[in-house]
Ligand binder design. Structure first.
Ligand code: GRG
Length: 296
């Protein structure tokens, strides 16, 4: 009989592994070199480590040793971390706090925060292009996928589209265009890159693409949901209130209840995609469910 899978313990173990390997990425703990301090400040300040976790979970699903996929997983987290630093800056969201701590630019100033983001982004590709023990074609596919997901066709393009959509009404298709790029592309790439370590059939690759796209959308929907529901609770307002009106979000377009329902539908589609390709993965299944469950 197989033992019950404990997602909490699995996530904790993976988070520790990822953090232990992030720590030496920029060595010199005692060197008060402001750029390195600034990069480490954000990189080692918590977070769920969802993207590297997904990359490792996918590789593991197909029998790849976790250690082999680690550099790719770290590269994903460096890019995520850079995006948060830049997103918090005054020219973008202008946030003072991230994960309960002052944002990078509040501590190190705007110029250093900008450079810390640039440094993290660039170094991600240094890690991903280091020897990984896979053939060159496979590694190039990983590098290409990550740059596509992070760049103008992915996260950067989605962020620009999001900025242009502020204070405007839009359609569901427009919202999905923004979020599949801004947040979804990197999450999807995490899954697909994990899969690139293994020899998969076209059907399995397609299933991972679909799983990644669907959990990416569900993640953004629930992030919007938590944002509004959290504020609603804090400010004592009723559900569906006109909070966060300046942002083009799922709750603004369809209300809180439908946002949650749609996120659940996306997770179900992600799980059906795995099932359709006969991919049995307790990790990928439970992580997908966690994306919506974290809001209950
Ligand atoms: C500045 C190029 C550039 C892009 C920014 C991803 C992004 C684009 C901005 C982040 C803004 C944001 C809060 C988006 C909502 C979804 C999201 C990415 C949330 C944060 O990700 P988590 O929850 O963060 O995985 P942790 O703290 O767990 O690492």
């Amino acid at each position: 009989m197989t033992e019950a899978f404990d997602l909490g313990a699995y996530m904790e173990e993976r988070k520790n592994l990822i953090e232990a390997n992030l720590r030496p990425v920029f060595p010199g703990e005692d060197v008060p070199e402001v750029l390195f301090d600034s990069m480490r400040y954000s990189l080692l300040s918590g977070g769920k480590r969802l993207r590297p976790m997904l990359c490792l979970a996918t590789a593991e699903t197909f029998g790849i040793p976790v250690g082999k996929a680690l550099p790719a997983a770290l590269a994903l987290e460096l890019i995520h971390c850079y995006s948060l630093i830049h997103d918090d800056m005054p020219a973008m969201d202008d946030d003072d706090l991230r994960r309960g701590k002052p944002t990078n630019h509040k501590v190190y100033g705007e110029a250093t925060a900008l450079l810390a983001g640039d440094g993290l982004l660039t170094h991600a590709f240094y890690l991903l292009s280091s020897p990984l023990g896979v053939d060159t074609e496979r590694q190039l596919a990983m590098i290409q996928r990550l740059s596509h997901a992070a760049g103008p066709y992915g996260m950067v393009g989605g962020q620009q589209a999001d900025l242009l959509a502020e204070h405007k009404e839009g359609t569901l298709a427009e919202l999905e265009f923004i979020h599949s790029r801004k947040t979804g592309a990197l999450i999807q790439a995490a899954v697909v890159i994990g899969g690139l370590f293994a020899d998969l059939t076209a059907l399995q690759r397609q299933a991972l693409e679909s799983y990644g796209a669907n959990i990416g959308l569900a993640f953004q929907m629930m992030d919007d949901w938590l944002d509004v529901a959290g504020d609603t609770e804090k400010l004592g307002k009723t559900q569906g209130s006109d909070l966060r009106l300046e942002k083009f979000t799922y709750p603004r377009l369809m209300g809180l209840e439908k946002t949650k329902m749609r996120a659940i539908e996306s997770v179900n589609s992600a799980l059906s995609a795995l099932e359709g390709a006969k991919i049995e993965s307790v990790q990928l299944t439970e992580i997908a469910k966690f994306i919506v469950a974290r809001a209950f």
